[in-house]
Write a protein that binds this ligand. Structure first.
Ligand SMILES: *[C@@H]1O[C@H](CO)[C@@H](O)[C@H](O)[C@H]1NC(C)=O
Ligand SMILES: *[C@@H]1O[C@H](CO)[C@@H](O)[C@H](O)[C@H]1NC(C)=O
Ligand SMILES: *[C@@H]1O[C@H](CO)[C@@H](O)[C@H](O)[C@H]1NC(C)=O
Ligand SMILES: *[C@@H]1O[C@H](CO)[C@@H](O)[C@H](O)[C@H]1NC(C)=O
Ligand SMILES: *[C@@H]1O[C@H](CO)[C@@H](O)[C@H](O)[C@H]1NC(C)=O
Length: 276
């Protein structure tokens, strides 16, 4: 299976800049399936000359090694957003913010998206009535366990379940990312694995990011009476700037979809690193 994937992998961006040095967080807050797929995808991109290098960073490595002179993009995979935040510690948190502010790139998926957020929202007080959500609050509360790289608030309850969903890319984003329009353009659905990533709260008035894709189906098996209807029409891909750098968060998991969406992973890394 792995051999087959290598053979059929097609990178729309294989002619792009090959100078990017990518750091992948693989520490205790990450999930092995997401981090493992990123490792494979990034190694293939290095082998093809699309990226210059990639290195795996454990928890303490983020604070110790993630500098603008050493890397161009940091990737935070799935896992737990607050788990990743706490695992990298204050030195890691400061390093990520300084890295992106200095002009480098942040690409987070699912938990890596949560890690970048500003707030969790309990726009509906029924959510806040669930013990353990929203710090017991009602309305939006500033997250104390996220980096605030993107002005985006996640709807609660976060544990809505997982499964395959569909999303549709905006054609301008397909062009910007140099994705194949015959595959991703023209309002076509793309099937992708969703695993409890941060769904944008519709009541939060953020205008601080661009939505590059929209969910056209949803998962609400976790709390059906609270989350039904929350996901369809919300963003599946959000991007913005922080300081001089780019921040891109993917709500679902292109890297963990089977077969892996290698071209999407490549495009997101290259975009975060300003190579496209
Ligand atoms: C990639 O993700 C799939 C789906 O979750 C999983 O079965 C597979 O083991 C992962 N691969 C690696 C190398 O972690
Ligand atoms: C909360 O949910 C109820 C029932 O779905 C709805 O009528 C109400 O408008 C929601 N409140 C907010 C603030 O979204
Ligand atoms: C969140 O933080 C911002 C900036 O510090 C502040 O202006 C705002 O009042 C805070 N919101 C809440 C609900 O605490
Ligand atoms: C995309 O998928 C959704 C959910 O299955 C469906 O309702 C919609 O019709 C599809 N759109 C297109 C253009 O295929
Ligand atoms: C949601 O549904 C479950 C069971 O279906 C029920 O136990 C629970 O009280 C409901 N919660 C709310 C907030 O309505």
């Amino acid at each position: 299976m792995r051999f087959a994937l290598l053979v059929v992998s097609v990178f729309a961006c294989s002619a792009a800049d090959s100078s990017l040095r990518v750091a992948l967080y693989v520490g205790s807050g990450s999930n092995a399936g997401s981090a493992g797929n990123f490792s494979e995808a990034l190694a293939q991109l290095v082998a093809r000359g699309v990226l210059a290098s990639f290195d795996s960073l454990a928890d303490a490595d983020v604070g110790a090694k993630l500098t603008p002179s050493a890397f161009d993009v940091v990737v935070f995979p799935g896992g737990s957003g607050s788990g990743e935040f706490n695992a990298i510690g204050e030195a890691g948190q400061a390093a990520v913010r300084a890295f992106v502010a200095a002009g480098k790139g942040y690409y987070g998926t699912c938990a890596g998206g949560f890690l970048a957020l500003t707030a969790t929202c309990c726009s509906n007080s029924t959510h806040a009535a669930l013990p353990g959500y929203c710090d017991g609050g009602v309305g939006c509360s500033n997250k104390t366990d996220a980096l605030a790289l993107i002005d985006y608030a996640a709807a609660e309850p976060w544990d809505r379940g997982h499964g395959m969903v569909s999303m549709i890319y905006d054609d301008n984003t397909v062009a910007m990312l140099k994705l194949d329009p015959a595959v991703y353009g023209g309002g076509r659905n793309t099937s992708v694995l969703y695993y409890q990533g941060p769904i944008a709260d519709r009541a939060y008035p953020s205008k601080g990011y661009t939505s590059g894709a929209t969910f056209t189906s949803e998962i609400h098996s976790g709390h059906p009476n609270l989350t039904t209807g929350q996901m369809i029409g919300t963003t599946a891909l959000a991007y913005t700037t922080y300081g001089e750098g780019r921040v891109l968060i993917s709500i679902p998991h292109p890297e963990e979809t089977v077969p892996r969406l290698n071209d999407v992973v490549a495009a997101y890394v290259l975009y975060a690193g300003k190579a496209i």
